[in-house]
Write a protein that binds this ligand. Structure first.
Ligand code: FAD
Length: 143
């Protein structure tokens, strides 16, 4: 299998906490079956998601996600072949916004959280990995 990583960001549309829980529950179940790993950041204003796996299933999943009405303005940041997974431990690691994350976000986005301003290749995936590392208690562990 040629391993790939896809990263995008988007704007949530009319979401409540229960909707995010629904998305994560469904994501963990579906991704496990397709050997897809990843992380989903959500801070109330933005989603940033990284997905890793074989190129075919990743493409199919991204098309489904991009058409999902629970978010809008979906922007693909990168879709590249990679030698190893950054999020191998998780079907879908949830990362909420919070104090512990602020210092890391500031390092990548000194002017405040805005994914449009992150242009260096691979930076968004590294940001998600660093955020995952400081986020305690993952309610959605690998099945
Ligand atoms: P079903 O769950 O049976 O859904 C059928 C259809 O109904 C889909 O088109 C779905 O978009 C829509 N739908 C379901 N529930 C709702 C709802 N509450 N409100 C509006 N529409 C709804 N899915 C994954 O499998 N893996 C992921 O990593 C993943 N990440 C996501 C990240 C974000 C930010 C968002 C918004 C969605 C994500 N999803 C993810 C969900 C994805 O868009 C599809 O909803 C899901 O994959 C469909 O699963 P299913 O084929 O089993 O269909």
């Amino acid at each position: 299998m040629f391993l790939s990583r896809l990263v995008y960001y988007s704007r949530p549309v009319g979401l409540g906490d229960a909707d995010v829980t629904d998305i994560l529950t469904k994501s963990c179940a579906n991704n496990y079956l397709k050997h897809i790993s990843g992380a989903l950041f959500y801070n109330g204003s933005w989603f940033v998601q990284a997905l890793e796996g074989a190129r075919g299933p990743l493409t199919e999943l991204f098309l489904k996600i991009a058409a999902d009405k629970r978010h809008a303005n979906v922007r693909l940041v990168e879709f590249t072949f990679v030698s190893q997974r950054l999020f191998a431990e998780w079907d879908m690691r949830y990362i909420g916004g919070g104090e512990a994350q602020e210092a890391i976000i500031h390092k990548f986005m000194p002017a405040g959280f805005d994914p449009n301003l992150v242009t260096e290749s691979g930076a968004m995936a590294r940001l998600l990995r660093e955020l995952a590392d400081v986020t305690p208690a993952d309610p959605y562990p690998r099945s």
